[in-house]
Write a protein that binds this ligand. Structure first.
Ligand code: MEV
Length: 309
């Protein structure tokens, strides 16, 4: 029996912009999905991951496409096959937290060990990306990179098709709260919609990209100096750009308002947007508890975790 992990992730800067080759900043979170593979007399897939209500149903086809791609890659037959794949772990599946990348990574790692393939992390990352692509179109690859390698990274997609540019950032552990809108979203649809808006007004989108590049450069500098006050302000600025490209929504805005009213240093949506999770920067335990309690009191589920470390 083999059981392996894929981490969840949080994007701090750059979702949607990274699709167009701009750099982003993300971190793995400690919450993870596990995949266990055992012998069985038939093919079985048991998904015991905790979820935001409705997530697995909404994502049924996407999960099926990912699983098919992974089975094809590892030459496992559904018909007449003889493995049971069981997913578990403490990552609550929802949009925005890298759940599909964690699924792909954990299953790839589990097959790697079961079949004694000796794949290293770069090779696991390629398999996880392939499964992500099968599930949801043309992802940037930031989710699977966080899920496989863990840690805190800057990421730039190589639009020409070569290796993506990844830099590890050394950051002491910093507390965050992730607020869950409870809405499951399809990344592919939201990415396509942003593309339509961009193509309808290239000059407008170029202006926003320029603002984003400036925000990103200042954010990297602030993170390197551990200036979390500045990081928080820049997260707010990134959120304003995400509003302008149309990927926020009422529930995300409500959570962001609660975070800011309770003294979070910065707050923005994370990942796909139009639902899913938001992230609030709360760089000490007391503040993290206060912001999380306020979100819970308003009826939202929260995830308290740390980035860096
Ligand atoms: C999804 O976690 C982040 C997006 O930028 C899409 C991608 O990077 O593939 C919206």
């Amino acid at each position: 029996m083999s059981s392996h992990k894929g981490f969840g992730k949080v994007i701090l800067f750059g979702e949607h912009f990274i699709v167009y080759g701009l750099p982003g900043i993300a971190s793995a979170i400690s919450d993870h999905t596990t995949a266990t593979i055992e012998d069985s007399d038939r093919f079985e897939f048991i998904d015991n991951r905790p979820e935001t209500p409705g997530y697995k149903q909404t994502k049924k086809e996407e999960i099926g496409r990912q699983l098919d791609a992974l089975l094809r890659h590892f030459n496992i037959l559904r018909e007449g096959g003889s493995v049971r794949i069981t997913l578990g772990g403490n990552l609550v599946c929802a949009s925005g937290v890298g759940a599909s990348a964690a699924l792909a990574t954990s299953i790839a790692r589990a097959f790697n060990e079961r079949l004694k393939l000796g794949l290293d992390d770069d090779e696991i990352n390629k398999v996880a990306y392939m499964a992500e692509e099968a599930g949801s179109g043309k992802p940037s690859g930031i989710d699977n990179t966080c899920s496989v390698f863990g840690g805190f990274i800057t990421f730039r997609k190589n639009l020409a098709g070569g290796p993506n540019k990844i830099e590890k950032l050394k950051v002491r552990p910093v507390e965050i709260v992730m607020g869950n809108t409870g809405i499951s979203q399809e990344t592919k649809l939201v990415v396509e919609d942003v593309k339509r808006r961009k193509e309808a007004d290239e000059a407008w989108f170029e202006g926003i990209k320029k603002d984003y590049v400036d925000t990103y450069a200042k954010a990297v500098d602030a993170i390197k100096k551990s200036d979390w006050n500045a990081v928080g302000r820049l997260m707010d600025r990134n959120q304003e750009l995400l509003r302008q490209i149309g990927v926020s929504c009422d529930e995300l805005e409500k959570l962001i308002r609660i975070a800011k009213d309770n003294c979070a240093w910065g707050a923005k949506l994370t990942g796909t947007g139009r639902g899913g999770y938001m992230v609030a920067l709360t760089p000490w335990k007391g503040l993290q508890e206060k912001v999380a309690a306020a979100m819970k009191a308003a009826g939202f589920e929260v995830l308290k975790t740390t980035i860096g470390g």
